[in-house]
Each structure stands twice: as C-alpha cells, then as structure tokens.
Design a binder for this molecule. Structure first.
Ligand code: NAP
Length: 433
C-alpha cells in the first residue's frame, strides 16, 4: 500500500497474523494517533516511557518504528478530514497501534471517531483491565481486591447506531411499518406519537466471539472465572440470549477447561444440589475455569461489596460501557484506566486512553499520562513483549508508591509530590533503572 499523507518508516517491518497467531518482528512499525487536547502532552510523555521500557527489556535487540497517523482535530486541520482513509488503511495494514483521546466532531456524519474506527476495523472486543496499584487513592476500603478484566462487546447492542429521531420522516416510516407488522407490540409503546426509537441487535456470532475471546484470555493468563453480565430477566431475547449463547459456546468449545453454572443447574435438576456442588468443587479443584453469570444491575453492587468474586467479566456493549467507568473509580479513576479494542481473528488492535481530551488542561503539561502508558503495556503484552510490559507495570507501581504523582492523584493523597505530565514520564523512566 502506498500512502500520500503518511510516512512509512523505512527500517521497520509489519506485524502479520497466521492462523490466529501474531508474527511480531523485532522492529515493528506501529501506527499511533497522538490525540487532541491533552493527548499532545500525554503522547509526548508516553512515547518516551514506551521506548525506554523496550530498550530496558531488550537492550537494543527490539525497537519500535513509530508511524504517525492522523484522526481528530489534527487530521481535520491538516487534511480537512476527521478520519482520513489512509489512517484506517494503515491500521488494516500494520494491525497493531495506539491512540490518544480524540475530539468528537460536532455536526457532520461522524458521531464518534472512536466508534468509527472500531466499526471500520471490526474491533469487536473492548478489553479493559482494572487493577490496583498500591497507594492509589480510592473511595473503597479494599481496592486491592479489584483485579478484573472487562471484555465488552463493541459492535452490537443499542450502540449499533440504529436510531430514529422523533418527528423525522424516518421515525414516522419506521413506526408505520412496525404498527402494520406488529400491532400488539406497537401498542406497548406508551407515547407512540413522540417516541424516538432505537434498535438493539444482539447476535449469536457477536456473542460467541466476545465470550470466546474472554475465555481464551482467561486460559492464557490463568484466570479463575468468567462472569457473563446481562439483564436477561427483562430483555430475554437480547440480554438473555447473550447469557444462553455464552454458556453454550463455553461448553461446546472449551468443555475440558471450564465448568459452567448451566452445568451446575442441570446436575442439580437431575441429582440434587449437593451433587451439583460436589461436581463444581471437583471441577474447580481440577483447575477448571468457572463460567457464571450475573444480572447487570446487581453487578454494580457486587463488584464493590465482593470484588474478589469477579475476575473476567464478559459484557454487552452498553453494560460494559457503564461498568468500565464504575470499576475504574475503585482503582484511581480514568487518569490511569487503559483499554484495547481488538479483533482477535484479524489481529487488528488499537490500544487507547479511555478518557477524553480534557480540553481545559490541554497543553498545560499537567494531566496523568498513565492511561496511555498502561495502554502501551497492554499493547506490548498483546504483541508478546511481556518483558517490556512487566517493566512498565513495575515502574508505575514504584512511582505511585513513592508518591510522585500528577495533580489528579495529588489532590487525594497525603504527603505526595505533584509532578507534571512530562515529569511523571521522567519518573517512570527513572524507576525502570
Ligand atoms: P474527559 O476529557 O474524559 O474529561 C473529564 C474529566 O476527567 C477531566 O476534567 C478530568 O477531571 C478527568 N481526566 C480526563 N483525562 C485525565 C487525565 N489524563 N488525567 C487526569 N484526569 C483526567 O471528558 P469530557 O470533558 O467529557 O470530554 C472532552 C472531549 O473528549 C469531548 O470532545 C469528548 O467527546 C471527547 N472524548 C473522547 C474520548 C476518546 O477519545 N476515547 C473519550 C471520551 C470523551 P478533573 O476536571 O476532575 O481533573
């Protein structure tokens, strides 16, 4: 592929994928989007930390060839497009990359650049680890109990973007068709004349690929359980189906590695509760991963009151969106909440800050770069560069333990030293040695 607005680094090589396994050269080309607003400060600090971790881990044997690609305000100012085609092409071609936060365009056809990128690359898994660093200010008593990873389905659900605004011809047409075809269902709309309408598609394939990804991750990293989060007691054929299909694929594809609550229920029905408990205990003692489920409202309580019961959480789109921010609050907030949007089949992945551009702090060099740096940590682990990832985690833990922190943590910590965004990067690099 030749590019007219992008410069492909001469010395690097592409990451490729064969039979679901990434082939990562020692000098990979990694596309990055700097990000708008605070993204500029954050990226300047992050790139130094990521390069330093690779250097420290591999002593020059491995090196990233960064390739800037454009989206957001910077892309619009330079090229008159919020999301140039070449940016999407570059992620298709080079597979793995990272991005800072992007301004959401006001007006025009794009609702959100993040959503557009996820859609165009079919990045169906939004992966958000939620882990605690000792010393981070937290509103809960035992933040150290929180060690979870959310696998949020990224392409379906009420977020599919199929909405009809009240008062538009499209809304009128949709309601007329609906009324004609399903008069009884139509009668359930409480105020039909003014109702906006949104659709909530949830498919078997969409459910299976996110649950499969979550289980594969649990197996790879020795996790203990996967919880399917759903509101199936009310929305039976979307949320309820997510649970049902989730259990089915778990048993069908991973039968020798997992034990499900669906199995427990069947054994209980046949042989009684004691037998079901004994079966589950034996399976877990044998090292099997427990696949269970929870209703989406109670999960917000239980992840606070019994955080240790949760490990991997597989969720639908909207539930996962809410849950990610709620859980991030327990471990220090969005300043250090990383994320990855991944298609485990094509290998394409974009790791990203989960917060926005925080425009009031733009170019002031004050915000926490932790979210992008930890997204880099996730990216390295995804690439199989675990040594570099470990170095980042260790340095982050040490910097926070030393109470050298940016304003967001400083305002909640006693006796801490407040540093700038760039200085926090310096501190991490110092802690690596
Ligand atoms: P935001 O940018 O996430 O900022 C909200 C608040 O979060 C900030 O005022 C700040 O809190 C805190 N915060 C954000 N980043 C931080 C960091 N790195 N370190 C420490 N604290 C941080 O949300 P917003 O103001 O609602 O959105 C601004 C723009 O970003 C909008 O255009 C929005 O569409 C876009 N956005 C982009 C993404 C993305 O690209 N992934 C995600 C969300 C929003 P305090 O004021 O308390 O210090």
């Amino acid at each position: 592929m030749s590019y007219s607005i992008l410069n492909v680094p001469e010395n690097g090589k592409k990451i490729t994928i064969t039979d679901g396994v990434l082939n990562v050269p020692d000098n990979p080309i990694l596309p990055f989007i700097e990000g708008d607003g605070t993204g500029r400060d954050i990226w300047a600090a992050s790139i130094r930390v990521l390069d330093a971790a690779v250097e420290k881990a591999y002593g020059g044997k491995r090196k990233i060839n960064w390739m800037e690609v454009y989206a957001g305000q910077k892309a619009f100012d330079k090229f008159g497009s919020w999301l140039p085609d070449e940016t999407v092409e570059a992620f298709h071609e080079f597979l793995v990359g990272i991005k800072g936060p992007l301004t959401t365009p006001i007006g025009g056809g794009i609702r959100s650049l993040n959503v557009a990128l996820r859609k165009l690359l079919d990045l169906y898994a939004c992966v958000r680890p939620v882990m605690y660093f000792e010393g981070v200010p937290s509103p809960v008593k035992h933040p150290e109990y929180v060690d979870m990873v959310i696998f949020r389905e990224n392409t379906e659900d009420i977020y599919a973007g199929i909405e009809f605004e009240n008062g538009t011809p499209e809304n009128d047409k949709f309601k007329a068709l609906f009324k004609e075809a399903f008069p009884e269902e139509y009668a359930k709309i409480r105020f039909p004349d003014t109702a906006g309408i949104g659709l909530k598609p949830v498919s078997k394939e969409g459910t299976e690929r996110i649950v499969r990804s979550a289980i594969n991750y649990a197996i790879k990293y020795g996790r203990k359980s996967i919880t399917l989060v759903h509101k199936g007691n009310i929305m039976k054929y979307t949320e309820g189906a997510f649970m049902k299909w989730g259990y089915e694929i778990a048993e069908r594809e991973f039968g020798d590695k997992i034990y499900t609550w669906a199995q427990w229920e069947r054994t209980k029905a046949k042989k009684g509760q004691d037998a079901a408990n004994a079966e589950q205990d034996a399976a877990l003692a044998d090292g099997k991963i427990l696949v269970k489920d929870v209703i989406a409202d109670i999960v917000f309580q239980q992840t606070i009151t019994r955080a240790r019961d949760f490990d991997i959480l597989a969720t639908m789109n909207l539930n996962g969106d809410f849950l990610s921010d709620a859980l991030a609050a327990q471990i220090g907030g969005i300043g250090i909440a990383p994320g990855g949007n991944i298609n485990y089949d094509t290998g394409a992945a974009i790791f990203e800050a989960t917060h926005g551009t925080a425009p009031k702090y733009a170019d002031k060099d004050v915000v926490n770069p932790g979210s992008v740096i930890l997204s880099g940590e996730m990216m390295f682990r995804y690439m199989g560069w675990d040594e570099a990832a470990d170095i980042i985690l260790l340095a982050m833990g040490k910097a926070i333990a030393a109470k050298t922190v940016t304003y967001d943590f400083h305002r909640m910590m006693d006796g801490a030293t407040k540093v700038k965004c760039s200085e926090f990067g310096d501190e991490l690099i110092k802690q690596m040695s």
